[in-house]
Design a protein around this ligand. Structure first.
Ligand SMILES: Nc1ncnc2c1ncn2[C@@H]1O[C@H](COP(=O)(O)OP(=O)(O)OP(=O)(O)O)[C@@H](O)[C@H]1O
Ligand SMILES: [Mg+2]
Length: 193
C-alpha cells in the first residue's frame, strides 16, 4: 500500500518529527525541487547524500523531510536523527548505555541517514571528530547521508584548515559522497510572525 496514510506512518517510523511530516517535494521551489526530482534517487542509490545549508528558519529541516518523503515514496528506507541527540549520546552527556548503542547503530547502519542540525551543539572540534567517524564509515559502505547545517561544508571543512585534521578528511570524502546545496532564503519563522 502506498497511500498518503501509509507514507505518514513510514515517516513516523523513520523518526521524522511531527512538525515536518507533511513536508513534500511539491512545497519546494527552484533548484531544491529540481534537485529532488532529478537526482535524489539516483544519487542515493550511488551512496551520495546532500549537505543543505542556510540561515536559521530558511527551511532546511522542511526540505530534508520533503527529501525523505520522496525517497520513502520510492520504496527506499531512511532514518532520521537530530545531530545534537547523536552527538550528546555518543560524546558528551547522559546515558551511555542503551541510548549510545542506539545512536551508534543508527549512525552506522541506516540505509539512508538524515542528520538534522550539524553544528548546533556549538562544539565544532568534537563535532568534527565524531562526524569524521560517521562519514568515513558511511563512505566506506556507500551509505548516503543527508545533512542540514547553518554553514556550508567549505566553511567548516574546506582547504586551509591544515592536516592532520579530520576536517580535511571529511572535505575530501565529501568530494565523492555529498553534494552541497545552499539556500538563500531568510527565516520563514520571522516572516510569519
Ligand atoms: N517550503 C516550505 N513550505 C512551507 N513551510 C515551510 C517551508 N520551508 C519551511 N517551512 C516552515 O518554516 C519554518 C522554518 O523552517 P525549518 O524549521 O525547516 O527551518 P531551518 O532552516 O531548519 O531552521 P534552523 O536552522 O533554525 O533549524 C517551519 O515552520 C517550517 O515548517
Ligand atoms: Mg532546522
Amino acid at each position: 500500500m502506498t497511500g498518503p496514510d501509509n507514507l505518514d506512518q513510514r515517516m513516523t517510523d523513520a523518526g521524522i518529527p511531527p512538525r515536518f511530516r507533511s513536508a513534500r517535494v511539491a512545497d519546494l521551489t527552484g533548484p531544491l525541487e529540481a534537485f529532488a526530482r532529478c537526482h535524489l534517487h539516483d544519487k542515493a542509490r550511488e551512496g551520495v547524500g546532500v549537505w543543505l545549508f542556510g540561515a536559521y528558519g530558511c527551511g532546511k529541516t522542511h526540505a530534508l523531510a520533503a527529501f525523505a518523503a520522496h525517497l520513502l515514496q520510492a520504496g527506499l528506507r531512511v532514518e532520521w536523527a537530530d545531530w545534537f541527540w547523536l552527538f550528546r549520546a555518543l560524546r558528551s552527556l547522559g546515558d551511555y548505555g542503551a541510548t549510545a548503542a542506539q545512536a551508534l547503530q543508527v549512525s552506522r547502519t541506516a540505509p539512508i541517514l538524515f542528520l538534522d542540525d550539524f553544528g548546533k551543539p556549538g562544539d565544532v572540534q568534537r563535532e568534527t571528530a565524531l562526524l569524521f567517524e560517521i562519514v568515513n564509515h558511511r563512505y566506506n559502505h556507500r551509505l548516503p547521508t543527508f545533512f542540514s547545517c547553518n554553514a556550508g561544508p567549505d566553511q567548516l571543512f574546506g582547504p586551509g584548515r591544515g592536516n592532520p585534521d579530520p576536517a580535511g578528511a571529511i572535505w575530501d570524502r565529501f568530494g565523492e559522497c555529498v553534494e552541497a546545496v545552499g539556500m538563500k532564503e531568510t527565516s520563514r519563522r520571522r516572516a510569519a510572525a
